[in-house]
Ligand binder design. Structure first.
Ligand code: AFP
Length: 347
């Protein structure tokens, strides 16, 4: 019988108080995810889960019913854990919980809201951070920690299966919810992201807004075997990052949400603290790379709970290649004279 999440967490935690708190938090989050899954499966108790509400969240995104339902469920889970502060995409300010809580949690309770009404996989992304005396005296500082300080992170996928992709620093593992077992059982242990990729994920409708380096990188992928990459690439864009991410864990690839020229998108769409950091943590634990196009995501010091960041993650060699395009596109050695005529700036 594969290991259950509970057994895995027990062996990780031992008697260390901070690890016990992390393990208990993950158990509570897993229970909350099952509640969200059941709400999705039952189509909500009457309300249209994909319906837009009048309100917008902190980032100005219109909230869907399920965004609010999920936020309520995960906040309840945080209250049952050793959580001192709860920072959510759906709440302007962090919520102070247990005064003596050992941890803080940053969360996107429902990622992929635009896919709720189309029955496409959606998810929850979470980051677990330490809380020390300095944070208690200055609560605003708790979510300004760089992602390298995370104690654990992961994401749930509400898809054909309810999956948990997580890491507590000992590799990245996948657990699947088994209704017959009544809990999560290990599906894949110690994921390893293939170094080489031939599949990219990007919202190509924004092509005209991208910086030249990103356009050149995608152009070269699209040029395929006849181009400087000398191999064909495939493209996927699910618009639920958790689903694109899981595909990359399973078969390699690269995900890009760059900053672009649209108003408000100079730093892209994704949030550093509760989207990019947890994904980057799990990706690095699986041997992949995660940057803002150039800089390591986990080194970036957030300037606020809802800070945005450009995000490129996946197969390490591909992520590093994007960094070379950003620093010096002309230096891409494979560019043959045939492509010398290419203009970075389309006529
Ligand atoms: P929503 O939760 O607002 O649907 O945004 C999902 C997301 O944050 C991420 O999961 C997707 O990869 C990305 O946005 C999709 O963005 P575009 O709609 O601009 O393609």
């Amino acid at each position: 019988m594969p290991s259950s999440l509970d057994a895995y967490l027990g062996s990780y935690a031992g008697t260390d108080p901070q690890r016990v708190a992390v393990a208990d938090t993950l158990r509570q989050l897993a229970g909350a995810a099952v509640k969200v899954r059941n709400t999705i499966i039952q189509g909500g108790s009457g309300e249209n889960l994909g319906a837009s509400r009048e309100a917008a969240n902190a980032g100005g995104d219109i909230q869907k019913e399920l965004d609010v339902v999920a936020d309520r469920v995960f906040l309840e889970a945080a209250r049952a854990s050793s959580i001192a502060f709860y920072g959510s995409e759906e709440q302007d300010e962090a919520v102070a919980l247990k005064a003596d809580g050992l941890l803080a949690i940053a969360i996107d309770p429902l990622d992929g809201s635009s896919n709720i009404e189309t029955n496409v996989s959606i998810g929850t992304i979470f980051s677990i951070l330490p809380v020390d005396a300095e944070h208690r005296s200055n609560p605003a500082s708790v979510f300004l920690q760089p992602g390298s300080r995370q104690l654990g992170a992961g994401f749930f996928i509400y898809g054909p299966q309810l999956l948990l992709v997580m890491s507590v620093g000992n590799g990245t593992h996948v657990f699947s919810f088994s209704p017959s077992f009544g809990g999560f059982v290990e599906l894949r242990s110690s994921l390893s992201i293939a170094e080489k990729a031939s599949e990219f994920a990007i919202n190509a409708s924004n092509y005209r807004h991208w910086d030249p380096a990103i356009r050149l990188y995608i152009d070269d992928c699209l040029a395929g075997a006849e181009g400087p990459r000398e191999r064909d690439f495939n493209m996927r864009w699910i618009a639920s990052m958790v689903a694109d991410a899981y595909r990359i864990f399973v078969r390699g690839g690269i995900f890009l949400y760059p900053g672009d020229g649209r108003k408000g998108y100079a730093k892209g769409r994704l949030r550093l603290v509760y989207e990019a950091n947890p994904i980057a943590y799990c990706v690095e634990q699986a041997g992949g790379g995660a940057t803002d196009g150039l800089n390591r995501i986990l080194d970036i010091v957030p300037d606020g709970l809802h800070a945005r960041t450009p995000l490129v993650f996946g197969s390490k060699r591909e992520v590093e290649r994007v960094g070379r395009y950003v620093t010096d596109p002309a230096a891409i050695g494979e560019r043959s004279p045939l492509f010398g005529k290419r203009s970075l700036f389309r006529a």
